[in-house]
Design a protein around this ligand. Sequence first.
Ligand SMILES: CC(C)(COP(=O)(O)OP(=O)(O)OC[C@H]1O[C@@H](n2cnc3c(N)ncnc32)[C@H](O)[C@@H]1OP(=O)(O)O)[C@@H](O)C(=O)NCCC(=O)NCCS
Length: 246
Amino acid sequence: MPRIVAPFFPGVRWCAKSALIQDTPVVRAEGAQGVGAAGSADGAPPALMTHARRGPFWSSRWGSFGRSWNVILKTPRLILDGWKSSDWTAFRPIAQDVEVMRYITGGTPWSEEQIRGFVDRQVKLYAERGFCRWRLVEESSGEPIGFCGVGFWRDGLEPEIGWWLARRFWGRGLATEAARCALQDAFERVRLERVISVAAVDNLASLRVMEKLGLKLECEFEGEGMRLVRYAIERDRYAAGGGIRP
Ligand SMILES: CC(C)(COP(=O)(O)OP(=O)(O)OC[C@H]1O[C@@H](n2cnc3c(N)ncnc32)[C@H](O)[C@@H]1OP(=O)(O)O)[C@@H](O)C(=O)NCCC(=O)NCCS
C-alpha cells in the first residue's frame, strides 16, 4: 500500500531527497501563506509533524494551510501534480482521441473550450480545496499522460474519482497505480468521508480499476445518453481494508 511520507512545511526542508523513494507516493505540502486560516484559531505556525502522524491532528494542521497548496503525489512510475491553465494544450490530444472518449461522450472529442474549461476547473479546485483530478506525468520521460484524481461529476456534490490516460499508456497498470495514490490522499490527507466513481456500464477497464481500489457497486442509472454505474467507498471501509494506518 502506498504511504504518504513527506509533508513539507514552510522553511522546513527535511527528508527532501530521501522521501523520493520509488515505491512510495510523496506528498509535499507547503503553506507559505494561510497560517491562521481555517483550522488554526490562534494563527500560530504549525508544529512540525513527523510523517507517521495521522488522524485528526493531521487534518486540522493541514487545514491550517488552506489557501496555499503545494502538493505533489508520487508513485513508482508517476507523478500526480497540479495544473496550470496552459497545460490544456498538452491534455488536448488525449481529450480529442476518439478511443479515449468512447465511454465518456460516445467518442466525440472535446472541443478546445471544453478542454480549457476542464483544466481551469482543476486549477480552481486545487486552489480552493487542495486536491483535484491530478495531472499525471510519467516520471521516466516527464511526459504528461492524462489525469487521475478526485473532482466532482457533473454538478454533483459528492467527490468523484476518475481517470483518463493517453491510449499508448493503457494496459500497464498505470491507472490503478495512480488511483490508489489519489484515493489514499483523498482519505488520509484531505479527509474526505466518501468517494464515488461513475462510469459507463460497459467501460470494463474503468470498472475493473474501481474494483481493484475496493469501491463497491451502488446503482445503475441513465445519464449522458448512456447507461452508467456508480461505485463508492467510505473512509471507514477504506481504513478497515488497511488503507489507513492508525
Ligand atoms: C480506463 C483507463 C484509465 C484504464 O487505464 P489502464 O492503465 O489501462 O488501467 P489498469 O491497467 O490500471 O487496469 C485496467 C484493468 O482493466 C482490465 N481491462 C482492460 N480492458 C478490459 C476489458 N475490455 N474487459 C475487461 N477488463 C479489462 C485490465 O486487465 C486491468 O485489470 P487487471 O489488472 O485485473 O488485469 C484507460 O482505459 C482509459 O484512459 N480509458 C479512456 C478514458 C476512460 O474511459 N476513463 C474512465 C472514465 S469513467
